[in-house]
Design a binder for this molecule. Structure first.
Ligand SMILES: [Zn+2]
Length: 416
């Protein structure tokens, strides 16, 4: 397969133009030549924190504070969800992400095998996990067993099962220690919510005399690295621990603003050596899975907060959504347009009014582009989404044809 006559974003922060050749799922050559491109090829976007099946509750409970939003709007509906409901919401969210150029997602939700199966069918890469919660009977054994069982199958290599606790406040110390012990053999990174609200951060200090990052690190749960969502109230010492332990920070600026949680200190985290990636979070707190919008908002927020337009240059924000994400999730040889790397790519149609003239392409990517500009998404050299395609656009993924019907049926069953 050859993508000819295109602009491309190169790892050394340079825009090239010419042709990209893909063979055996990998980029085998990048031929630069003079041409007039009408497409941009960029590394596939990596969404490092989401609850994909929350498409089922898109926008539910808008305007409520976090605790009430969870307890009054979200948890009662989630308690009713069956594996079939989660499968329907997961498929719909995967379609939304593929149509927006996302090639990999780290998901945290109930019935993770449903998400895993939908990912494998769709061709998208991913990380799934069983949510660690102390108050659910038998959950600890479930977390350990399901991680071991899923990762034992080579055919599931593009979708790995990671370790997870929901958060410090929904797990007790014995649970964390036991999971960390089991992880000496499982050797997976930890997916976790950290210091999302000031209240959560301060209550953890009151309970344990430590911040959530210090506490989790002490339990051993970061011994194989990890990726921590939010980190809004993290201290400089927290950032130092994260940098040292190989724990990535997943920035979710839209969700943090919608729920009134605050602003993560991203420039400071980067200064202290933390790998910063981006995530949309679930689409009840966003309310879409558009990684272009996430880049745009991340870029604007930190410039505004610092009263400094030089903060987070466009290339750095693109790295957050691509190669930093790949690094956070331990994806090998992806996240960059380079020979030998996996062909996980997003192709953008440049023939859009808001994308002309193409004077400064990285700036266009961060400030002007949206999910709707994506013409094609490629994962491992396979076209998994093509806009306007007669077969529905999702590369022969059969479930995509009935996904809307399934979604609406699930929403009906949940009484929404
Ligand atoms: Zn979340």
């Amino acid at each position: 397969m050859k993508i000819d006559n295109c602009f491309f974003l190169l790892p050394e922060h340079r825009v090239g133009r010419g042709d990209i050749v893909i063979e055996g799922g990998r980029i085998v050559s990048i031929e630069e030549r003079d041409c007039e491109p009408d497409r941009l090829v960029m590394p596939g976007l990596v969404n490092c924190h989401g609850h994909t099946a929350m498409t089922l509750v898109r926008g539910l409970g808008g305007g409520l504070p976090l605790k009430r939003w969870l307890e009054e709007a979200i948890f009662p509906v989630e308690a009713k969800m069956t594996p079939r409901d989660v499968r329907a919401g997961a498929a719909w969210g995967i379609m939304e992400m593929l149509a927006g150029g996302t090639t990999c997602v780290a998901d945290m939700y109930d019935f993770p095998e449903e998400m895993g199966a939908a990912l494998l069918e769709s061709g998208m890469k991913g990380r799934i996990c069983r949510v660690g919660l102390s108050f659910v009977e038998g959950r600890l054994a479930d977390c350990i067993e399901s991680t071991r069982a899923w990762n034992g199958h080579v055919a599931r290599n593009d979708v790995r099962f990671d370790l997870c606790i929901h958060s410090e406040y929904l797990t007790d110390k014995a649970f964390c220690r036991a999971l960390a012990d089991a992880n000496r053999e499982l050797k997976r990174p930890l997916h976790v919510h950290v210091s999302e609200t000031r209240k959560e951060h301060e209550e953890c200090i009151a309970r344990h005399g430590k911040t959530p990052i210090e506490y989790i690190a002490d339990t051993g749960l970061f011994d194989n690295g990890g990726y921590a969502a939010h980190c809004v109230w993290c201290t400089d010492d927290d950032f130092r621990i994260m940098a040292e332990r190989g724990v990535s920070l997943v920035h979710n600026p839209t969700s943090n603003m919608k729920l009134g949680s605050g602003f993560a200190r991203i420039p400071r985290a980067m200064e202290l050596g933390v790998n910063v990636a981006l995530g949309t979070d679930g689409c009840a707190s966003n309310d879409n899975l558009d990684m272009f919008e996430e880049m745009h908002i991340a870029s604007l927020v930190h410039k505004g907060l610092a009263c400094d337009p030089t903060v987070l240059p466009a290339w750095e924000v693109i790295d957050m959504a691509t190669r930093n994400g790949a690094k956070a999730l331990g994806l090998k040889d992806t996240g960059e347009i380079a020979v030998g790397f996996a062909a996980d790519l997003c192709v953008v149609d440049m023939n859009r009014m808001h994308l002309a003239p193409a004077i400064d392409i990285p700036n266009l990517v961060v400030n002007s582009m949206g999910a709707d500009d994506v013409a094609m998404t490629i994962v491992g050299g396979r076209v998994v989404y093509e806009k306007g395609s007669v077969n529905g656009g999702f590369g022969g993924w059969a479930a995509a044809a009935s996904a809307r019907k399934e979604l609406l049926a699930a929403v009906g069953r949940l009484g929404l």
